[in-house]
Design a binder for this molecule. Structure first.
Ligand code: 13P
Length: 249
């Protein structure tokens, strides 16, 4: 039986103490969970949460990182610093970073290659806006994000990459793509990856869905053949809403 990849993106929420409290609760309540589980607290809480999840089945993730290893880059956080804290995965190209901080596909790709170079598993976020979807540009937009995001990734490295399909119009809005709509886009992403890396790589690629995932829609989404996990925002901020998603089956 395949295991699913359930990730919590805590975004810009929680103090260190609040983060430690939630991580501690999750560690206990998900101790026997068979899925791959990741939590991505704010940078400021990473070192404290790292202590809580060390040696458990919960992986530590970051929400972003700089495109350089080190140097004069005020305000950036380096892959080396994340690695030093025990971070195992990093969310890259989230729509909030693309739209609010103008991150381009080229920048996201530089970060992704750097993460891979240092053994940190990237989660490459892709997704269209409502305007793009209604203008029939979904495949053009998502296809470009996938191809440009993966530029220069060697076939052997692809297994470490997860793609998260997060339609921008579904993030934090309470509107979820229907399982059928999400599955169709996931199938399209798989087709793009097949063209780049071949059938076997496309088949084993993990594609998460993100956008208003809740306990009551998680099972239907993940029942779809092309949906391999979830990237959860709002519902990841409390154990009572995140645990049932990670334990959706
Ligand atoms: P919501 O689950 O709050 O819609 O956020 C999704 C998301 O952006 C996860 O990265």
């Amino acid at each position: 039986m395949r295991s699913y990849y359930i990730a919590g993106n805590w975004k810009m929420h929680k103090t260190v103490a609040e983060s430690v409290a939630l991580a501690t609760e999750l560690k206990d309540k998900l101790a026997s969970c068979g899925e791959k589980v990741l939590i991505a607290p704010a940078f400021t809480a990473l070192s404290a949460v790292a202590v809580v999840v060390k040696g458990t089945n919960i992986m530590l993730g970051a929400q972003n990182m700089g495109p350089e290893e080190q140097g004069a880059h005020t305000g950036e956080v380096s892959v080396l610093m994340l690695k030093d804290l025990g971070v195992r995965a990093v969310i890259l190209g989230h729509s909030e970073r693309r739209h609010s901080y103008f991150e381009t596909d080229e920048l996201v790709n530089r970060k992704l290659l750097l993460a891979l170079k240092h053994g940190i598993e990237p989660i490459l976020c892709v997704g269209e806006t409502l305007e793009e979807r209604e203008g029939n540009r979904l495949e053009e937009v998502v296809g470009t994000q996938v191809r440009k995001g993966l530029t220069g990734v060697a076939a052997v490295e692809l297994a470490k990459v997860t793609i998260a399909y997060e339609p921008v119009w579904a993030i934090g809005t309470g509107k979820t793509a229907t399982p059928e709509d999400a599955d169709a886009v996931h199938a399209f992403i798989r087709k793009e990856v097949k063209a780049l890396y071949g059938e076997a790589a496309a088949k084993s690629l993990c594609i998460q869905y993100g956008g208003s995932v809740k306990a009551d829609n998680a099972a239907q989404l993940m029942a779809k053949p092309n949906i391999d996990g979830a990237l959860v925002g709002g519902a990841s901020l409390k154990a009572e809403t995140f645990v049932p998603i990670a334990r959706f089956r």
